[in-house]
Write a protein that binds this ligand. Structure first.
Ligand code: UDX
Length: 447
C-alpha cells in the first residue's frame, strides 16, 4: 500500500521504516530540508537500535523515500500519517500548530479519498480539529472530497522502538468509518498475524488511551519513588518491597523500579498535558498533579544525598557522573535526571566529570563548553580525580564495574546510585559507602 508519513522525527521515521520493511511503499515528508538531505544520504539523526539497517535496505529496495515536496507527499499515500511534534506550550498543554499545518497541507493538495492518521500524541479532540482544518481547505478549493481522520497512537519505547513496532502489544485505532477500518487492517496485517492485536474504538477514546497509558505508567513510578523515600525514613529496603509487591500479579514486576525520577519525551510532557486538559474542563486532576510533583522532587534526591554527605559544602568538589541519557539504549537527554543533578551541583559550586555510552554528543550540543563540565571518553576517565561517583542511567556497562578501580580513583569512596544497580553489602565489602534510592541500610538520614 502507498503510505505518506509527515514528520521524520523519532515516531515518523520508525513508523515509516517498519511499514516499508513489511512491503508497503512509504514516502516520508519533512519541511526540514537539511534533515531530508541527511536521510537521503543515509544518515539517521537518532540513535535507535536496528533502525539504520531497516532504513538502508528499504531505501535500497525502493520502498522508502524522503521528500520535502508537499504536493508529492499528499498525492503518494492513500494513508497520510501525521507524526509531527507536539511540544508543550508554556502552560504544559500540547502545541498543535504543526499537526494542524499538516492537515491544511493535505487539504490543499488532495484530489481523492484519503485517510489521515494521527500518530502524534495529541489531546482529546484533536481529530476534530484536524477534520475541520482539512475541510476548510477543501471548501476554499470548492471540493466535496471524502476523507477520514483516525487516531492511531504509538506506544514505542525509545531504545526498543523497532521491536515495539514489529511486535506490538496492541494497535489502537479510533474511527467510526468502516472504510478507514478496512484500510488500517490491511496496513497492519503483517504485525497482526499470530493474533489480533487491533483494538477499534471511537476517536476520542483512542486519543485518551495514549495519555492514560503513559499517565498510568508514570503513576507507578512516582508511587514507587514515594514509597522508596518512605523506606529510607523507616529503615526499610525498597528493593525487597518491590519484589514483595511485584509478586502479586495484579501489581506485577514491570515498571515499579524506583529511581531518580522518570524523564524522556513522553511521560513528563503527557502527564502535564493530561492535567492541563483536565483543568480546561474544570476538573482538577489531583492524582496526575501529584505524580508530576513527586517526579519533579525525585530528580533532586541524589543531589540532596551528595550535599548531605559533604555537609552542605560542595564548593570545588568534583563529581564523576555515569549516565546522562534519560534511560539506557538512547542518546536522548530530554527531561533526563542527569540534567537536574548537574544543574544542582553547578549551583552549589561543584564540578562534573561526565560519561555516557551514547549521549556525549547530545550533552555537548546542549551544554557546550560549560564551566564545571568535563566530558569524558570512558567511565574510568570520569572517575580520575573525582571526589565521589553518581549514577543516573542504568546502562549495562555500569552494572559490573571494577569496584577496586573505583575505590582507587575516587578521593572519597562514596557512590550515589540513582538506579539501584548494586547490592549494598557487596559495595561495602569493597570499602565503598553506598547511597541508593530507598535502601534503608544506607539511607542518608543516618549518615
Ligand atoms: C514511554 C512509554 O513506555 C511508551 O509506551 C510510550 O509510547 C512513550 O513513553 P519512553 O519514554 O521511551 O517510553 O521510556 P520508558 O522506557 O517508558 O521510560 C521512561 C522513564 O521512566 C525513564 O526515565 C526510566 O528511567 C523511568 N522508569 C521506567 C523508572 O524510573 N522506573 C521504571 O520502573 C520504569
Amino acid at each position: 500500500m502507498n503510505i505518506t508519513i509527515f514528520g521524520t522525527g523519532y515516531v515518523g521515521l520508525v513508523t515509516g521504516a517498519c511499514l516499508a520493511d513489511v512491503g508497503h511503499h512509504v514516502l516520508c515528508m519533512d519541511v526540514d530540508q537539511a534533515k531530508i538531505d541527511k536521510l537521503k544520504a543515509g544518515h539517521i539523526p537518532i540513535y535507535e537500535p536496528g533502525l539504520e539497517s531497516i532504513v538502508k535496505h528499504t531505501v535500497e529496495a525502493g520502498r522508502l523515500a524522503f521528500t520535502t515536496d508537499t504536493a508529492e507527499a499528499v498525492s503518494h499515500g492513500v494513508l497520510q500519517f501525521i507524526a509531527v511534534g507536539t511540544p508543550p506550550d508554556e502552560d504544559g498543554s500540547a502545541d498543535l500548530q504543526y499537526v494542524t499545518a499538516v492537515a491544511r497541507t493535505i487539504g490543499q493538495h488532495m484530489d481523492e479519498y484519503k485517510v489521515v492518521v494521527d500518530k502524534s500524541t495529541v489531546p482529546v479532540g484533536t481529530a476534530d480539529r484536524v477534520h475541520a482544518a482539512l475541510r476548510a481547505e477543501l471548501d476554499k478549493r470548492d471540493l466535496e472530497l471524502d476523507f477520514d481522520v483516525v487516531s492511531n497512537p504509538e506506544f514505542l519505547k525509545e531504545g526498543a522502538a523497532v521491536n515495539d513496532f514489529m511486535k506490538p502489544d496492541r494497535i489502537v485505532v479510533g474511527t467510526s468509518s468502516d472504510r478507514a477500518v478496512d484500510l488500517l487492517r490491511e496496513v497492519y496485517y503483517p504485525f497482526n498475524r499470530s493474533r489480533d492485536r487491533m483494538i477499534f474504538m471511537d476517536v476520542r477514546s483512542a486519543e485518551l488511551t495514549k495519555y492514560a497509558a503513559n499517565a498510568m505508567l508514570a503513576t507507578k513510578i512516582s508511587f514507587m519513588n514515594e514509597v522508596a523515600n518512605l523506606a529510607e525514613r523507616l529503615g526499610a529496603d525498597i528493593e525487597a518491597v518491590r519484589q514483595g509487591i511485584g509478586s502479586d500479579p495484579r501489581i506485577g514486576y514491570h515498571f515499579i523500579y524506583p529511581g531518580c525520577g522518570y524523564g524522556g519525551s513522553c511521560f513528563p510532557k503527557d502527564v502535564q498535558a493530561l492535567a492541563r486538559t483536565a483543568a480546561d474542563c474544570d476538573y482538577e486532576a489531583r492524582l496526575l498533579n501529584a505524580v508530576e510533583s513527586v517526579n519533579r522532587a525525585q530528580k533532586h534526591v541524589l543531589f540532596d544525598k551528595i550535599s548531605h554527605y559533604f555537609q552542605g559544602d560542595l564548593n570545588g568538589k568534583v563529581v564523576a557522573l555515569w549516565g546522562l541519557a534519560f534511560k539506557p539504549n538512547t542518546d536522548d537527554m530530554r527531561e533526563a535526571s542527569s540534567r537536574a543533578l548537574m544543574e544542582d551541583l553547578w549551583r552549589a559550586g561543584a564540578k562534573v566529570q561526565a560519561y555516557d555510552p551514547e549521549a556525549m554528543r547530545e550533552t555537548q550540543r546542549i551544554f557546550g563548553d560549560r564551566d564545571g563540565l568535563t566530558l569524558c571518553g570512558t567511565k574510568e576517565q570520569a572517575l580520575k580525580g573525582a571526589d565521589v561517583l553518581a549514577i543516573c542511567t542504568e546502562w549495562k556497562e555500569f552494572r559490573s564495574p571494577d569496584f577496586d578501580g573505583i575505590v582507587a580513583a575516587l578521593r572519597e569512596p562514596a557512590v550515589f546510585d540513582g538506579r539501584n544497580l548494586y547490592e549494598p553489602e557487596m559495595l561495602e565489602r569493597y570499602g565503598l559507602v553506598y547511597y541508593a534510592i530507598g535502601r534503608g541500610r544506607t539511607q542518608f538520614h543516618g549518615v
